[in-house]
Ligand binder design. Structure first.
Ligand code: GLU
Length: 295
């Protein structure tokens, strides 16, 4: 029997309740004002089992931007449309030991982005999307995800405006370094495409449906391996050891985990730890992983 399907809402409720407020101290991203102002206690979780059971807790009506959780889907889209050779000419598969927006990492690697889950790798991949403008590139990805993932993502323009209101110097420097080393052809187009796809937004059910798209894909093995090694930035190795599910986080507090052969876990809780991963989301994943091992 699917062990994820044995979880009950009462288990989730108890684990959320157990987590003392003092353990939930964290931050929201100061450089994206609308995300910085989100109420820290908002919360949503959905688990979709492959046989069809859905477990839901929290506010299903909340919408939030995927931010970096879009990165495995950008990778999946490009693997499907361009193939492995084209993708891995522009980006590696290696874990990084520096933060997600580190220029030092990119410079140490002579401008070749380590993996598609950090900003440099995703900006390099955004440069490969088809379309003349950032808008049309973002739209192509959005339409494909909604069709294939059976979900209703949309571009949240208020989040995009907020991203534009505080130009991100780290991402600008990464784009310049990528262009200088020949890994992207147009840094303005690549960066703005990246900004837009990070603002693709939806509800918790959309995120869970998207997760199933990875599981159904013939590229699942590659995407899941990269999520395991790189999806939580510098915390990836520790999480692979403690939790064991391929996971991707975003600075909005979105978190997506794939439990092979069983289903997906989608969570949204905005307070982030030092590595920019959702504190409550990671805590729940640890509980769920223990539950699965014991059942
Ligand atoms: N757009 C965000 C940034 O570039 C995404 C990072 C994230 O979600 O980890 O900072």
């Amino acid at each position: 029997m699917n062990r994820l399907a044995r979880l009950r809402v009462e288990d989730i409720q108890a684990w959320v309740g157990e987590m003392h407020l003092s353990d939930r101290k964290g931050q929201t991203p100061y450089y994206i004002p609308v995300l910085n102002q989100v109420h820290p206690e908002v919360f949503a979780l959905q688990i979709h089992c492959l046989e069809g059971e859905i477990l839901s807790w929290g506010d299903e009506t909340l919408t939030f931007p995927l931010m970096s959780v879009i990165k495995p889907f950008l990778l999946l889209y490009l693997l499907t449309h361009l193939g492995e050779d084209a993708v891995f000419r522009c980006v590696g598969k290696q874990a990084s030991s520096y933060p997600f927006n580190s220029l030092t990492q990119l410079q140490e690697d002579c401008g070749f982005p380590r993996n598609p889950m950090i900003n440099s790798g995703a900006i390099a991949l955004a440069d490969l999307l088809g379309g003349e403008t950032p808008e049309s590139r973002c739209e192509n990805l959005l339409l494909w995800l909604n069709k294939m993932g059976n979900c209703q993502l949309f571009l949240d323009r208020s989040v995009l405006e907020s991203v534009h209101s505080c130009p991100n110097v780290h991402n600008q420097a990464l784009s310049l370094e990528l262009e200088k080393n020949g890994y992207i052809s147009d840094r303005y187009l690549a960066l703005e495409t990246y900004n837009q796809i990070c603002c693709l937004s939806g509800k918790i059910a959309d995120l869970a449906s998207l997760g199933k798209l990875i599981l159904a894909s013939s590229f699942a093995d590659i995407v899941l391996e990269i999520m395991t090694n790189c999806g939580l930035y510098e915390a990836s190795q520790q999480s692979a050891f403690e939790v064991g599910f391929p996971t991707k986080s975003g600075v909005s507090g979105a978190l997506l985990s794939i439990v092979s052969d069983e289903g997906v876990i989608a969570c949204y809780s905005p307070l982030l730890n030092e590595q920019s991963n959702s504190i409550l989301g990671l805590n729940l994943l640890t509980h769920i992983s223990h539950f699965i091992k014991e059942n």
